[in-house]
Design a binder for this molecule. Sequence first.
Ligand code: DHB
Ligand code: FE
Length: 281
Amino acid sequence: MARIVAGVGCSHVPAVGVAIDKDRHDDPYWAPYFAKIAPAREWMRDIAPDVCIVVYNDHASAFSLEVIPTFALGLAAGFPVADEGYGPRPVPPVVGHPELAWHLAESLILDEFDLTLVNEMAVDHGLTVPLSVLFGRPSAWPCKVIPLCVNVIQYPPPTGRRCHRLGRALRRAVDAWPGDERVAVLGTGGMSHQLHGQRAGLINTDFDDAFLDGLVADPGKVAEIGHTEYLREAGAEGIELVMWLVMRGALDPEVNEVYRATHVPTSNTHNGLLLLENAAP
Ligand code: DHB
Ligand code: FE
């Protein structure tokens, strides 16, 4: 059966993507951040997943307010890189895994998670920046990608509890796949940030650090954090953290924390990177 070999939490700050694309690693603003992510790149090279299931949110690139799927799964053989206003990022094509994705669709829907199925979808910084953080600038991404898109843009987003349960269903689906793929699950976005309004620039490292501690050791408790608390404590865009709960749900209850790094400043966001593996081999 396929095996989940890694769970990764990773912010998706667009400016990080630009810094990678323009090779600004040694810039004094960025150098301390890139020093912190280096061990994650090394670990991902060792782990060498065949497939990354990337739980991310679209930022009005593939979906507008005309259609707002709560959970959408990408089934295509490939996903074009979205033009977010400055032309598509110069990153390799994102190659899908339609066979596994259709299996996930069947398993999840029969497990009562009624996903939207997407055969054509451009992917924006929410998906491509975490790939760049983890894999750098290769000529081709080293793994296939299955996008699992979560609405955290338009109220009402799904609850953290629902996301955690989706992760557990995702785990059952991967376990039931007869292939021998090594699968990484990425929960992306967050941590605390707010991009607009009076509290623009809000960062709450205390909340984020407690979130990470809880996500590792007691995810059931963290899953009970409600929308109002995310909004109050982590800012309007801090709600992106619910996607890390999908990732955590796909792992065993007991995990090893392989690596954690957090950093300020990266644009407006408290940037987080968390590497987990199942405690039992
Ligand atoms: C920033 C962070 C995000 O998550 C995002 O989607 C856009 C911008 C930022 O910090 O600039
Ligand atoms: Fe975002």
